[in-house]
Design a protein around this ligand. Structure first.
Ligand SMILES: *Cc1c(COP(=O)(O)O)cnc(C)c1O
Length: 456
């Protein structure tokens, strides 16, 4: 049985045994102090569980500054950052245009609860450059975008059931905090305390890349499935790249059954290209959700669809959804500044080319030394996997034992000035601010760390 919520292990907190193999540990004195305090204020000392260092060594680093591809912690350690706030910062930290646009907007007040021209501007920028959506609604997080899209899909189809895939993360909305039971097609079992069984009774969970399971689900629940939701580029549980043919199969089976296909592009939107995974695979979903990059580092989520589907959203239609700070002007201006850069000719070509070079040279190094290590990647997303499989397409194919190796790698990388998200199930991101010189430095740190991991 596999757990599709963010995997957090409960290692020993603050556990940092003296390393006998690698580099001496960097100082975490101030971070450790702040963490002790934070634990008295917040559960686990954090405001989102993935920030805790439960799956890696030591206490979480408290960050005080970011600039370009670098971050600095409270102990003044400098890192090349491949977490990039978990994806939003595709232009790197403290980008001049984003910063200046936010400051300028703030001079005129931060929120009105009434429409502003900035909402039109961000919507126009998106809709003019993305043929997969016709109308949008801005919200304040990816979770909210997904939760709302599902409601719209149910309202539109007048059906209740949804299908989700094991290994795809869609935020922390109740109906999606589910894990697969044993069997080909199962109703979700709640994967979080506090989610009533009844709230997930309408959620069917199946494996990725399994056509039979999909066919069975549609046969078993004919005319009852409102939507199938998928991360078209699953990047929250490793990087589980799917075949285009499989995604096309998904598209077709949804069309045949009058079911809406929802692409959750909170990570892949504006990351793989301006049109996200839909554009990359040239597959048109019925609804799309965005988040992360769309807000330039401020809290913005968004869902979109055809005019016909969006006509069901209130106040035009009967599906209620609102938000006090939705379309917040400061957040909109950050999104506008960031997406304007992304819409420039050649932006993605350069970024993706740089990523390809980076990951391929790491792969060559590991392969030459016979290390059981693969770098999976797409666009500017990469995932370090301690495996020798050619492809990993399902959550169930990841060996939990391989995470022990990641744990060592994470520590060695921190000690060499490279910051990765603190879990081997998380992907890394490259931003336009990661220049050649810094990527070379990062590569050397990665080579050395791999040597430590594999005992060379
Ligand atoms: C991050 C993420 C979410 C949740 O977004 P939040 O802004 O953290 O609520 C949902 N879906 C996907 C695919 C994500 O990557």
């Amino acid at each position: 049985m596999f757990d599709s919520i963010k995997k957090i292990f409960s290692g020993n907190e603050g556990d940092l045994p003296v390393s006998t193999v690698g580099k001496p540990d960097i100082s975490r004195e101030k971070s450790a102090e702040l963490y002790e305090k934070a634990k008295t204020y917040f559960p686990g000392g954090v405001n989102s569980p993935v920030r805790a260092f439960k799956s890696v060594y030591g206490t979480p680093l408290f960050i005080k500054k970011g600039d370009g591809c670098h971050i600095w912690d409270e102990d003044d350690n400098q890192f090349i950052d491949f977490c990039c706030s978990w994806g939003p910062l595709i232009l790197g930290h403290n980008h001049t245009k984003v910063r200046e646009s936010v400051i300028e907007t703030m001079q005129s007040g931060v929120s009105f609860g009434a429409p502003t021209a900035l909402e039109n501007e961000l919507a126009e920028l998106i809709l003019k450059n993305n043929k997969y959506v016709e109308k949008l609604r801005f919200v304040s997080s990816g979770t909210e975008a997904v939760m709302s899209a599902i409601r719209v899909a149910r309202g539109y189809t007048k059906r209740d059931k949804i299908i989700k895939f094991e290994g795809c993360y869609h935020g922390h909305t109740d109906a999606l905090l589910v894990k697969a039971g044993s069997g080909l097609v199962t109703f979700g079992e709640t994967s979080s305390a506090g989610v009533p069984k009844g709230f997930v009774n309408e959620t069917i969970v199946i494996s990725l890349n399994d056509r039979e399971a999909l066919k069975t689900a549609f046969a078993e629940f004919k005319d009852q499935i409102a939507a199938v939701i998928i991360e078209p580029i699953p990047a929250n549980n490793g990087l589980l790249l799917q075949d285009k043919e499989y995604l096309q199969f998904l598209r077709d089976i949804c069309t045949q059954n009058g079911t809406l296909l929802i692409f959750d592009e909170v990570i892949s939107g504006f990351r793989i290209g301006f049109e996200g995974a839909a554009g990359y695979y040239q597959i048109k979903p019925d609804m799309v959700t965005y988040g992360k990059i769309i807000g330039g580092g401020l809290p913005v989520g968004c869902y979109g669809a055809s005019k016909e589907i969006m006509a069901h959203v209130s106040p035009d239609g009967g599906v209620y959804q609102g938000g006090t700070l939705s379309g917040n002007p400061v957040a909109m201006s950050a999104g506008i500044a960031q997406l304007t850069e992304l819409a420039r000719m050649g932006f993605y070509r350069d970024l993706n080319g740089k990523t390809e070079e980076f990951v391929q040279s790491i792969q060559r190094f590991a392969t030459a030394r016979n290390y059981k290590f693969k770098v999976f990647y797409i666009g500017s997303i990469f995932w370090f996997a301690f495996t020798d499989q050619e492809a990993v397409r399902k959550a169930e194919e990841i060996d939990p034992a391989s995470m022990e190796k990641f744990k060592v790698m994470h520590r060695e990388l921190l000690n060499r000035g490279v910051y990765l998200g603190p879990s081997g199930y998380e992907v890394g991101f490259i931003s336009s601010a990661h220049n050649k010189v810094e990527l070379e430095k990062a590569k050397r740190a990665i080579f050395e760390s791999l040597d430590v991991v594999f005992g060379k």
